[in-house]
Design a protein around this ligand. Structure first.
Ligand SMILES: Nc1ncnc2c1ncn2[C@@H]1O[C@H](COP(=O)(O)OP(=O)(O)OP(=O)(O)O)[C@@H](O)[C@H]1O
Ligand SMILES: Nc1ncnc2c1ncn2[C@@H]1O[C@H](COP(=O)(O)OP(=O)(O)OP(=O)(O)O)[C@@H](O)[C@H]1O
Ligand SMILES: [Mg+2]
Ligand SMILES: [Mg+2]
Lengths: 225, 225
């Protein structure tokens, strides 16, 4: 469902080149559950942005469902992003002047039907924020903002969820609840790729891919879940 | 050095009241190293903002070095914030259009002397970002932004460091390096209060204070470090 072929990302910084990703061959089958780990600055978010059609590689190809993404129009990309991919950003990226409920309703605006607020409500309840629906991001704790970002990624029932450090601000019990949620979605057939720096979180996945200096360092299956 | 007496913080939200903190009696001696832990939404950041003179309690008193903070003028508070307290925000709060070096130099602007860029450079090198000094936040990874925020908190040699989830975006080795750094500073006599949701990080402190629903749930010493 996801396949990158020698994907590289190079930032031109003044006269220096920053090689964020180098020759990355990364494949994810439908229904897989992959955890991406690695030190700060090793290229994890850069890869996630390319997978989420939010950025283009400098070199190499990215095939989503067999289609070469670089061939798609901006309009097609926007539609894929809104309907097929649920993205949880490392920095949440919530609209600051908008309530949690409206933030979560956003992806639904791309669909043909009127956005169904009930779906947004349920998504928020699922992440334990039923009593914070009308709070704006500034009126929410860090972990609550993170959970709103997760609810937003789920609301349109995407086929793929790309989550960049989804439990970075959550204590153990709440992290467990979120991972529980991800496992249920994965059991329902949703493909999940998540970035984490915590081993206990990575252990919930079926596969762990480790990054180092922009390259894939290792790719191993996880024992019994 | 830090003493709160029945500190409470209540947000009026429409017709509901959100009790972020309730009757918190929290004391920190000079040279102490305290880890604050607890579920998302339990009041940790709210307390940190009050301790950092960034917010005022709804009820109760906060004494910093024996002085009742609510009696201080905005000017005195600003001066304390810039010179005595190093604050690492949960959301980093870096100036987006400013390089890492200039972001870290900021606290030095409050001093009488010309801001010494060398100090900012050293602080950045200390957190492993010597090669990212001229990058703006948008050109840095999440963990790198976090480390810039840490460097900024250290640069003015504060007596107290308040760090809200300083390793939330860092993988094990880098988290260890940051905790090493904090321990060295603590050995030098700097008082440290940090919020974390990771037990391994909390274990580096001398004391762990756990929050639940806005109140202190437990306050225990940590065994040998
Ligand atoms: N401006 C506000 N208006 C209403 N409620 C608020 C406001 N700011 C914070 N809150 C609420 O206060 C509570 C405590 O927030 P706080 O940020 O202190 O939690 P926290 O322990 O730091 O959580 P986290 O671990 O998720 O960062 C939360 O339930 C939050 O929704
Ligand atoms: N616009 C940019 N210009 C220059 N360098 C950049 C830019 N964006 C990212 N980088 C660099 O690319 C590298 C990879 O960044 P990336 O965000 O992918 O790391 P990461 O693995 O997600 O890190 P973290 O775990 O800290 O979030 C970093 O060293 C970063 O400094
Ligand atoms: Mg990242
Ligand atoms: Mg917080």
């Amino acid at each position: 469902i996801i396949r990158t072929v020698k994907v590289s990302k190079c930032y031109l910084f003044g006269i220096t080149e920053v090689h964020a990703l180098v020759d990355v061959d990364f494949t994810v089958k439908k229904g897989d559950f992959v955890a991406i780990m690695g030190p700060s600055g090793s290229g994890k978010s850069t890869l996630m942005h390319i997978l989420g059609c939010l950025d283009r590689p400098s070199k190499g190809e990215y095939y989503l469902n067999g289609i070469l993404v670089s061939r798609l129009s901006d309009h097609e990309l926007a539609s894929i992003r809104a309907t097929k991919i649920g993205f949880v950003f490392q920095a949440f990226n919530l609209l600051p002047r908008t309530t949690a409920l409206d933030n979560v309703t956003l992806p639904l605006l791309y669909g043909r039907q009127r956005p169904n607020k009930k779906l947004a409500e349920e998504a928020l309840k699922r992440v334990g924020l039923g009593d914070r629906m009308y709070h704006k991001p500034g009126e929410l704790s860090g972990g609550q903002q993170q959970r709103v970002a997760i609810a937003r990624a789920l609301v349109a029932n995407p086929a793929i969820i790309l989550a960049d450090e989804p439990t970075g601000n959550l204590a153990t019990r709440q992290s467990e609840e979120i991972m529980q949620l991800f496992q249920e979605l994965n059991d329902d057939g949703i493909t999940i790729v998540l970035v984490t720096h915590e081993a206990e979180i990575g252990a919930h996945a079926k596969r762990i891919v480790r990054f180092l200096d922009g390259r894939i360092f290792s790719d191993t299956s996880v024992e019994q879940r």
